[in-house]
Ligand binder design. Structure first.
Ligand SMILES: Nc1ncnc2c1ncn2[C@@H]1O[C@H](COP(=O)(O)O)[C@@H](O)[C@H]1OP(=O)(O)O
Ligand SMILES: [Mg+2]
Length: 422
């Protein structure tokens, strides 16, 4: 029996009433309306949004096996500060939308429009904040969304809601206001192809859309690549409890909302999304004995082969049931020692994107863990928008990795043999 880590509505802090968020009866079912704070005398924002381009090539250290770069710990300080700010504001926007979704009687859970609003809004905020905080740098963003659908006539109401939400959210930090067109341009700055040369931001504006719609886990995942290596990563996990999910029953009343961050050579940290002063260094578990280990996998069976994970866990001697949660929140939870292993085996034909692993990968690596593909190769983020992978992704601490890799390879072999006998 899997341990399904679900988070009911009761875990959210006191909510505004649904009617405060959605005018009663005035909206069609697919609509989502959020309140605007009192408008301030905004200065119109005109950001330079050049088409994404690559900075001139720099001499790069010879490629090491690690996807995480080795740099001095003073590097990337201002980039990390900007990334934390961007992910925190994007998380705030997503929280507003999820609260409205969960408290709305109008909205159907199967309706994808809230996630659309939050996806686009989150991507626009991250893009705007990075440009605002790092104005002099060339800017390349590899991100999940583009504005093509939002530019269609039928999407204009949605676009207006997104712009309102973005303005409402950034008004807590900036005296500026953006137009619909600014939002579209900000979203489209995420069209970069990435690659091995120069610096590229990598963003999943909402990782784990299924979890977001269910009211469960999701993450805002932002990383920076430099010469093909991940040099920093930030994971905003608005619904993750501050303390271990391994003891969820005891801590079910605990506060939620975590921001994980890491920069190459500097360790991994966690802070409360609502209280930046609360940061603490985190480490993966030191568990060497698989019998003491627990493992994470996707909540959604469509995202990862649960049968294969079960076979691997049995072969390894893991006793605990799987802990199933959505999104890169799994990387964050593993990095702070909630569990020892993360197994991910997408169904045949699925291509992993770099934004689904870059931030999680450096958070775990800086916490003392390691992510590889099922053949034991380090993940390579330098090949563009996709990771070219052998079969799956496994994550654990360095002591457990050899025996885990062995169990993974034997289990895959056994699965392939039994498939060839059918
Ligand atoms: N068919 C699929 N197989 C594997 N992963 C998928 C599939 N469809 C979407 N995903 C992505 O898997 C990641 C979440 O997986 P999980 O929560 O199971 O770890 C998300 O990045 C999600 O995309 P998205 O970011 O659009 O939600
Ligand atoms: Mg994703």
């Amino acid at each position: 029996m899997a341990s399904r880590v679900r988070f009911s509505r009761t875990i959210f802090s006191p909510l505004p009433s649904a009617s405060a968020l959605i005018p009663s009866g005035s909206l069609p079912p697919a609509s989502l309306s959020l309140p605007l704070s009192n408008p301030k005398p905004y200065r119109r924002l005109r950001l330079p949004f050049p088409p994404s381009h690559l900075p001139p090539p720099r001499s790069s250290p010879a490629g090491s096996a690690s996807p995480v770069a080795a740099m001095s710990s003073s590097s990337y300080d201002k980039e990390l500060a900007a990334a934390k700010k961007a992910a925190s504001l994007a998380a705030r926007l997503c929280q507003k939308v999820q609260k409205a979704l969960l408290t709305s009687d109008v909205q159907s859970k199967a309706d994808k429009s809230p996630v659309t609003v939050a996806d686009y809004g989150s991507q626009a905020i991250v893009s705007l904040v990075l440009r605002k905080e790092l104005p002099s740098e060339s800017f390349s963003l590899v991100a999940e969304e583009d504005s093509a659908d939002l530019r269609k006539d039928e999407a204009q109401e949605t676009l207006k809601r997104i712009t309102e939400l973005v303005n409402d959210t950034i008004s807590s930090e900036y005296s500026m206001s953006v137009s619909d067109e600014d939002v579209l341009i900000a979203i489209d700055s995420g069209k970069s192809e990435g690659g091995p040369v120069g610096q590229h931001w990598v963003l999943d504006p909402i990782d784990g859309t299924k979890g977001f719609l269910r009211g469960d886990q999701y993450a805002i995942a932002l990383a920076l690549l430099d010469e093909g290596k991940v040099v920093l990563g930030v994971l905003g996990c608005p619904n993750l409890p501050h303390t271990s999910i391994a003891n969820l029953d005891r801590h079910s009343q605990n506060k939620i909302g975590c921001l994980f961050y890491a920069k190459t050579g500097d360790g991994a940290y966690m802070q409360s999304l609502s209280d930046p002063s609360s940061n603490a260094k985190i480490h993966v578990t030191a568990t060497e004995n698989p019998a003491d280990a627990s493992f994470f996998e996707s909540y959604e069976a469509a995202h990862s082969l649960h049968d294969l994970s079960k076979a691997i866990a049995e072969k390894l001697g893991v006793q605990a049931p799987p802990v199933r949660i959505d999104s890169q929140a799994k990387y964050g939870a593993l990095a702070r020692g909630d569990g020892a292993i993360y197994l991910r085996f997408p169904h045949k034909g699925y291509r992993e994107k770099i934004w689904d692993h870059a931030a999680g990968c450096i958070v775990v690596a800086e916490a003392g863990g390691f992510a590889t593909d099922a053949a034991g190769n380090a993940l390579d983020f330098s090949k563009g928008r996709y990771l070219d992978l052998d079969t799956g992704i496994i994550v654990t601490n360095k002591k457990l990795m050899p025996s885990l890799l062995n169990a993974v390879q034997e289990s895959i072999k056994a699965k392939n043999q039994s498939a060839s006998h059918l």
